[in-house]
Design a protein. Sequence first.
Length: 147
Amino acid sequence: MVQPELSAQHLAESVRDHMLKEDAVAKSLEMRFEGIGPGYAKLRMTVRGDMLNGFKNCHGGFITTLADTAFAYACNSHNDVTVSSGLRMDFIAPVNEGNVLTAEAKEVCLFGRTGVYDVSVRNQDDQLISVMRGNSYRLKGRHVVVI
């Protein structure tokens, strides 16, 4: 009997579920999924007191981690093990304790084994906080989930 092929959406959901089982960073920062799809991921995180820097703003590393996590799920959503080959992060506005940040990663293009993704991070008032561009590299012949 031949196993039916998963739809691209179901495959992205399966990849998310598989990756999330072992994602200690997403769990420890209490990130929550708002959406997943082929080449797309959207995650939310509330800024806690232990994420603040010496100026009582959210440390940029936590904002980058949220954006990078959305990027990771978006670029692995096609079920090819994919790693980051680089990123550029631009900070636009400060973030305070209690702010709710949402990172939305969108695939710009895939070409061969490389990809480009844009990630926007917004607060609960839909104010743009930061933007990130990530470059990905797909590892040959490796899949996130075995179908």
